[in-house]
Design a protein. Structure first.
Length: 466
């Protein structure tokens, strides 16, 4: 492995420093460090050197599949006619995989409505929330929905499938024609361009084949980022040194809220195995059920809430006292805040994607993308967190704004401690680093991914910009 000396960089406000990277770690920090013959010298030009960013909630394979799917929602598709034209012009002659659908396009789709738009090819379209797939009649027949007994398969009063399938991604995938896992090279490269050096894959109930594909992607360097898996099965031991198992992902689906006793049993079972839980929770009802279930089941260090889209003000202290982390995605405000202003009950808007009040209330808070369902660019998410501005220019929850340095810190916590203390560039730390193209205060005045000049993971340069 090549040694690097990064000359004349800014670290935590200190200027004119040199940093030696050796054997995957920060070996020295000081002035005018001596370079050996095997050192590669990088002139930092007085620019900021920061730890690599961590996306604490992302779906890698879904993101890769999204990039090769047909866009079926705003802003590209805004009407039923748009959707019909999009499906008619989809490449190939087999299955059409659509993503990003929202009801503003053509209402709540089902097989009957989809058949009027495209009846000759099998079509499956994912709602932009990621919670729902809609199949046309050809696809429903091929997926054998009429004989399915999965609780996520919605049926009408006559007992016939509607074509809507709720939170059953793995089940549905097993009933579709066999495909290989999507290539992740372009995703790993994109994340490196953003300065992301570690990711938490939050996909629940990962089958062995998917876990193996993720391990292979990391081993080959397709995904150079450190991997933290929430959906890994119980007892899984990663074969790759920079892959770890995180809390166990549990989904509280708003389409079918769980029996609280069943949820308590699930949490107890995970805790008994020595593992925390990471619970998908986006509604007020789900939040109340989760807190009650955790009180009954007991707590485990590292228990966390995924999304926390609606957190009642009166519950903030409850979260602090329980030590529950919140991993949230204010990037949704920039992506679809106009829909929130239109569709969310006005009494709920102050509780939407809280940040300022959670930090001030002592709740460990981390930022993340939820990509592909939210914006993957962490700098875009930081801007959304700081401004809380939606596409119309309106602001959602101005009192929940935080400062740019606070937003950055929410991307710098360790993968296994989201919302914990931000990492720093210090001797002995892993050489997961990002060189920006200016002093940190200047970059944070206008956060933008284009300010990332180079990224190192484990001391290896994985991105070097123009």
């Amino acid at each position: 492995m090549t040694d690097f000396i990064l000359r004349n960089v800014e670290i935590d406000g200190r200027t004119g420093l040199d940093v030696l990277l050796r054997a995957g770690a920060v070996a020295q920090v000081g002035k005018e460090l001596e370079a050996s013959e095997r050192c590669e010298i990088v002139d930092g030009n007085g620019c900021a050197l920061i730890p690599g960013l961590h996306d604490h909630h992302i779906h890698l394979h879904a993101l890769a599949a999204d990039r090769v799917s047909v866009r079926c929602g705003p802003p590209d598709v805004t009407s039923s006619d748009d959707l019909a034209r999009t499906l008619a012009s989809a490449p190939g002659d087999g299955w059409i995989r659509g993503v990003g659908y929202f009801e503003s396009v053509a209402g709540m789709l089902d097989s009957e409505i989809l058949d009027r738009l495209q009846s000759t090819r099998p079509v499956r379209i994912q709602h932009r929330s990621g919670a729902l797939w809609i199949l046309n009649s050809v696809a429903a027949r091929l997926a054998r929905l009429d004989t399915a007994d999965h609780p996520g398969v919605e049926r009408n009063d006559a007992g016939h499938p509607t074509g809507r399938i709720w939170r059953a991604d793995t089940w549905l995938r097993e009933r579709l024609p066999a495909t290989t896992a999507p290539e992740l090279d372009s995703i790993g490269a994109e994340l490196a361009r953003y300065g992301i050096t570690g990711v938490t894959d939050a996909t629940p109930d990962l089958p062995p084949s998917t876990v193996e594909a993720l391990m292979d992607a990391h081993a080959t360097g397709a995904i150079p980022q450190r991997l933290h898996l929430l959906g890994a099965p119980s007892g899984f031991r990663p074969s790759e040194p920079h892959c770890t198992v995180g809390p166990y992902k549990i989904v509280i689906a708003d389409s079918a809220l769980p029996d609280i006793d069943d949820l308590v049993c699930s949490i107890r079972r995970v805790h008994a195995a020595g593992r925390a839980v990471a619970v998908h929770c986006v509604s007020r009802e789900a939040f109340v059920i989760l807190l009650a279930a955790l009180d009954e089941a007991g707590l485990h260090r590292g228990d966390r809430i995924e999304h926390g889209a609606l957190v009642p003000a009166e519950s903030i202290d409850d979260l602090r006292r329980r030590g529950i982390h919140v991993v949230t995605q204010p990037g949704f405000l920039a992506d679809r805040g106009d829909a929130y202003l239109r569709d969310v009950d006005p009494t709920d808007l102050p509780d939407l994607y809280r940040c300022r009040s959670l930090i001030d209330g002592g709740v460990p808070l981390a930022l993340s993308s939820d990509a592909p369902y939210g914006p993957v660019d962490p700098w875009e998410v930081m801007v959304a967190t700081v401004t809380r501005r939606c596409p119309t220019g309106d602001v959602v929850g101005a009192v929940e704004r935080i400062t740019p340095p606070e937003a950055l810190d929410r991307y710098l916590a360790p993968l296994d401690d989201p919302g914990g203390p931000a990492r720093h560039v210090t001797i002995g730390a892993e050489a997961d680093l990002v060189l920006l193209d200016g002093p940190l205060t200047e970059v944070l005045d206008d956060p933008d991914a284009r300010r990332v000049r180079a990224t190192w993971i484990g001391g290896r340069c994985v991105y070097s910009g123009p």
